[in-house]
Design a protein around this ligand. Structure first.
Ligand code: NAP
Length: 249
């Protein structure tokens, strides 16, 4: 089976490592990080040119199934995948990681946009931990009164122009104990995070709860309503029913 996996997530990494030998997979990455982790399958990097470009790519490469294992906040590529698979008449499965649920002790303010998150910080100066990746930090330029600690895989360049900014380059996963130490050491007063779901970045949410810190949390965007599973194991099960239809119950 020739399979296209739209990746950039821990689920896509787990999936490519566990694929049946009968699957000829190509992993696709957007190219947002300059040194992506090496994976044990053929990898292509860069956009396809919208849903039409993706549909043409699927047809040209004789792809027989697509798995959309992109990040919960990557809404455009998921929309494109749904349209392209329809157009190319190829089955699509999405890996849809469930968002985190609010627990007792969580001090969350849920918002829909980074602009709303920046306003929610309020007028009084605070020490803010921005753990939202690097691409959208610019939204916080409207609130220069705060001290920002930004942690991202790649340098943010001049994306956030505020007088007090500490930049930390790091790639997860980060566990709760390390996050608790980080929050205390940096004297963080409030976190801004996407509700990305999954275990790899949950440590900061648990550590904020334990420390009684408020979290401004972005609700995930809507994604198209397609067949989905919550994790890589579900995707492997879906693939095995396609490879061995007579053995599925
Ligand atoms: P997006 O807004 O949904 O996509 C923007 C454009 O980037 C798409 O239209 C597509 O370009 C290209 N693209 C996205 N994912 C691609 C992939 N896997 N392979 C090839 N092209 C892709 O996505 P995003 O939020 O910028 O995220 C980009 C990538 O980073 C995703 O693959 C996602 O899994 C990963 N990621 C995102 C986040 C996040 O917070 N957004 C966090 C961790 C990882 P064309 O229209 O030209 O095809």
């Amino acid at each position: 089976m020739r399979l296209l996996i739209l990746g950039g997530t821990s689920e896509a990494s787990a999936l490519v490592k566990a694929l049946d030998a009968r699957i000829d997979a190509i992993l696709s990455l957007a190219g947002r990080t300059s040194a992506p982790k090496r994976e044990p399958v053929r990898t292509r990097i860069g956009g396809f040119g919208g849903s039409e470009g993706l549909a043409a790519w699927i047809t040209d490469h004789r792809i027989e199934a697509v798995i959309d294992a992109t990040h919960p906040f990557a809404a455009r590529i998921s929309g494109n995948a749904a349209l392209a698979c329809q157009r190319a008449a190829v089955p699509l499965l999405a890996v849809r990681r469930p968002p985190w649920e609010r627990c007792e002790g969580d001090r969350w303010t849920e918002v829909d946009t980074m602009a709303e998150a920046a306003l929610t910080l309020g007028p009084a100066p605070r020490r803010v931990f921005l753990t939202i990746g690097r691409l959208e930090v610019g939204a916080f330029s409207v609130a220069p009164q705060h001290d920002y600690v930004v942690r991202a895989i790649e340098p943010i360049g001049d994306a956030l122009s505020v007088p007090r900014l500490t930049e930390i380059a790091a790639r997860g996963p980060f566990d709760e104990a390390a996050e608790a130490a980080f929050l205390a050491e940096r004297r963080i007063e409030v976190l801004v995070s996407k509700n990305s779901g999954g275990g790899a970045t949950y440590g900061k949410i648990a550590a904020a709860r334990a420390a009684g810190l408020p979290v401004i949390i972005l609700r995930p965007p809507a994604k198209p309503d397609v067949a989905s599973v919550p994790d890589a194991a579900g995707a492997l099960a879906w693939l095995s029913t396609r490879l061995d239809p007579c053995r599925s119950s």
